[in-house]
Write a protein that binds this ligand. Structure first.
Ligand code: DQA
Length: 145
């Protein structure tokens, strides 16, 4: 089971970025955790991070026929990107959305997610553990197909 894990803008700055909200763990530490969880769950995960909307759209488009599912934290593009939503709908892969923070209790502009209009599950406010929950949800979903 091959999963593409996509992290959007500024998640490369985890560790130094607003640690009260996102914690002190770095992006490299998050990647190592995801790698360990993937091994435990017997999933094959590839990690992709970009600060550029078009690069994320391209990565989603190229996932067609290569991956069985997508785990995505679109970061700020969550709240703005119809292009990312359209790319996800275009490839039609099972998609789990994850947010480190609880976007439902932050600023008003974070409450709406375009990606949620397609993702079969949205996990928010569980810190880095949300990625593990997302992988588990994907595994279950892909198995049922
Ligand atoms: C985020 C929440 C978004 O609102 C924010 O723009 C991010 C990170 C999260 O993981 O909590 O960059 O997706």
């Amino acid at each position: 089971m091959k999963i593409l894990v996509i992290n959007g803008p500024n998640l490369n700055l985890l560790g130094i970025r607003e640690p009260d909200i996102y914690g002190r763990g770095t992006y490299a530490e998050l990647c190592a955790l995801i790698g360990g969880w993937a091994d435990e769950l017997e999933m094959n995960c590839e990690l992709f991070q970009s600060n550029h909307e078009g690069a994320i759209v391209d990565a989603i488009g190229q996932a067609y026929g290569v991956y069985d599912g997508i785990l995505i934290n679109p970061a700020a593009y969550t709240h703005t990107s119809i292009a990312i939503l359209d790319a996800l709908k275009a490839v039609g892969l099972p998609t789990a959305e994850v947010h480190i923070s609880d976007i439902s209790v932050r600023e008003e502009f974070r409450r709406f997610s375009y990606v949620s209009l397609y993702a079969f599950v949205t996990i928010a406010g569980k810190g880095f553990d949300g990625y593990r929950l997302g992988l588990e949800a994907l595994k279950e979903r892909i198995r049922q197909k």
